[in-house]
Design a protein around this ligand. Structure first.
Ligand code: ARG
Length: 581
């Protein structure tokens, strides 16, 4: 039952607006004492030429009258005007009955839109580019942020029925590979680098820079290797391929732990043979101009620095490759939306090349979407990338898992599969921490705030889920099985706590839709936190397993609904939901 939609059609003739216009204004007040739904009347003052509180009064009376006469609105208990708001109070048992039944019947599908909307979504092609670390460089916390945001968005869009293709745009192109080849040939040990992977590559890369400081011929040598790579020299390409393979080996370990997958892994180099055509297209549009020997697109009129397309030596740039990639993706997928998850440090950069796409006159340029995100901040300040001493994400993950293992060791030493639960909860802590606030905000990295089982953390939500599982398992031991829960009678659910749980369950589909709309997974993380808190309050106020069979069935139905939504919500954020911890 879509209460908001129903209220909108009830209000429509009363306030003389289309139901569709009313719908977005119907709110769920945070405090149920203010009503279960509310409709603000400010907007109507102009057309109805009355003060909003007067309108609210009239509307409330009309609604109450209609609900009395029309049986389809029997679930409305009363409508009350409070200042400029009309507050709607529902018959709580009817609302809880309806909501719990919907959750239990839909299971993992709860939160998906109606079939007609799903089919409309299925016809929409969404590309989501995410993660995109750089070959021969460490996967750092910024890439972690990118990966968990992207992974969540892929899952959210898929849940809503969209046709999603995920792409990993690896940084595998550039002059640094010439330097790496030189460094490897002079100081590298194949065996050591095979073993140490990115560490080994970073080590010789740093050495290259130290040496090149007093031997500039090294740079010339590196440049000749870059040219050789461009000319398809076998030795150069084999070495480059080896760097790529080694780096991917360590990235893949992280992706496996994060449950992140990609439909396409297409590094920047994938577009190499498409660069000339892309540059030609820009030139044909007449926006390419020469500046100090380089080819640029002037963006002064848009308050942006110029976008360089070709260096004076003819070399291409990061932007050239992004433009070529966008053209290629559009030709291949004819996408409805192409999402780029890229750090806020590159906001200007994205604005520049998006503007170039627009100036090229492609109407679809407006379907390119930069989904930006803030940095991690560590107690010691911004993570350093200068001297190659970046914080390695793999080590942070290991540390999170180890810290979690110690907590489990202390709290629940007899837990089976302690190691794998520690992995799931340690990662849950890291992921939830990043997804709990708007992606645009910086994330302060603090172990205590992240892992605390009692705080606003992933482990708290996971723990609540494990609690629901434990209650359901105990019921099963008593012989009460899920099939019986559907016989529940919601009038046995009394108290604000139960109603509050149902209200949050009811709003869950909307949270998912909004998360996709704003590309903000935190809306789901916040919702799960609210649900976990509400369930814990319910749990502390009510004995679920009791001898009063009807009461027990109703409370178990609510518990099962919470279990299902917590599990599925965490799944959308790529957080595991262990049954015990
Ligand atoms: N590899 C880049 C980095 O680590 C991010 C790439 C973002 N995507 C893009 N299409 N430019 O900073």
């Amino acid at each position: 039952m879509d209460y908001k939609a129903s209220l909108a059609s009830l209000l429509s003739p009363i306030v003389q607006l289309d139901a569709a216009e009313i719908l977005p204004f119907i709110e769920s007040p945070p405090d149920p004492a203010m009503g279960h739904f509310a409709f603000p009347c400010f907007r109507l003052a102009k057309t109805l030429k009355k003060a909003p509180p007067v309108i609210a009064q009239d509307v409330a009376e009309a609604v109450t009258m209609t609900a009395l006469v029309l049986n389809e609105y029997h679930w409305i208990d009363r409508a009350v005007a409070t200042g400029p708001y009309v507050n709607f109070f529902l018959r709580e048992a009817a609302f809880m009955d309806d909501t719990l039944r919907a959750v239990l019947a839909a299971g993992a599908d709860y939160g998906k839109p109606a079939p007609a909307i799903q089919s409309a979504h299925a016809a929409q092609k969404i590309l989501i580019e995410y993660s995109s670390p750089n070959i021969a460089k460490h996967f750092h916390p910024g890439h972690f942020a990118n990966t968990v945001i992207g992974n969540a968005l892929v899952r959210i869009y898929r849940h809503l029925g969209y046709d999603v293709t995920s792409i990993n745009h690896l940084g595998d192109f550039g002059t640094q590979f010439g330097k790496l080849i030189v460094a490897y040939q002079r100081w590298g040990s194949r065996e050591e680098i095979e073993r140490t992977e990115i560490d080994g590559l970073v080590k010789i890369y740093v050495k290259f820079h130290e040496e090149a400081d007093h031997d500039p011929t090294l740079n010339d040598e590196a440049r000749t290797w870059v040219v050789k790579m461009q000319d398809g020299n076998k030795e150069a390409l084999e070495l480059w391929q080896w760097f790529v393979t080694l780096s991917n080996r360590s990235f893949d370990r992280i992706y496996k732990r994060l449950d992140a997958t990609f439909d396409r892994v297409r590094g920047e180099s994938y577009y190499t043979d498409k660069l000339d055509a892309a540059v030609q297209t820009i030139r044909d549009k007449g926006i390419l101009v020469e500046s100090e020997g380089a080819q640029i697109v002037d963006l002064e009129a848009y308050n942006l620095p110029p976008c360089m397309i070709l260096r004076s030596d003819g070399g291409t740039l990061y932007a050239t490759r992004d433009i070529a990639a966008a053209l290629d993706r559009h030709a291949e997928y004819n996408f409805d939306k192409c999402i780029y998850i890229i750090a806020n440090e590159q906001n200007t950069y994205c604005a520049q090349w998006f503007k170039v796409m627009e100036l090229m006159g492609f109407p679809w340029a407006q379907n390119l979407l930069h989904v930006t995100y803030g940095m991690y901040r560590f107690e010691s300040g911004k993570m350093s990338t200068r001297r190659g001493d970046v914080i390695k994400m793999e080590e942070l993950i290991d540390e999170a898992v180890e810290k979690t293992r110690l907590i489990i060791e202390e709290k629940n030493p007899n837990l089976p599969n302690k190691e794998s639960v520690a992995e799931q909860v340690g990662l849950g802590a890291l992921i939830f921490n990043r997804l709990y606030n708007s992606r645009i905000k910086d994330t302060v990295f603090n172990w205590q705030n992240m892992i605390n089982f009692d705080g606003e953390t992933g482990p708290y939500v996971q723990y609540c889920h494990a609690r629901t599982c434990s209650v359901l398992d105990k019921a099963a031991e008593k012989g009460v099985l899920p099939a019986e829960f559907t016989d529940f009678d919601a009038s046995h659910l009394t108290g604000n706590e139960a109603f509050n749980v149902a209200r949050i369950l009811y709003d869950y589909p909307q949270a998912i839709a909004e998360a996709a709309d704003k590309n903000e997974p935190y809306l789901i993380a916040r919702h799960l936190m609210a649900l976990a808190q509400a369930f814990n309050a319910f749990y502390h106020h009510n004995i679920i397993l009791t001898d009063a069979a009807h009461i027990q069935t109703a409370r178990l139905a609510l518990t099962a609904a919470v279990q299902s939504v917590l599990q599925n919500g965490m799944q959308l954020l790529a957080i595991h939901a262990p049954r015990a911890m």
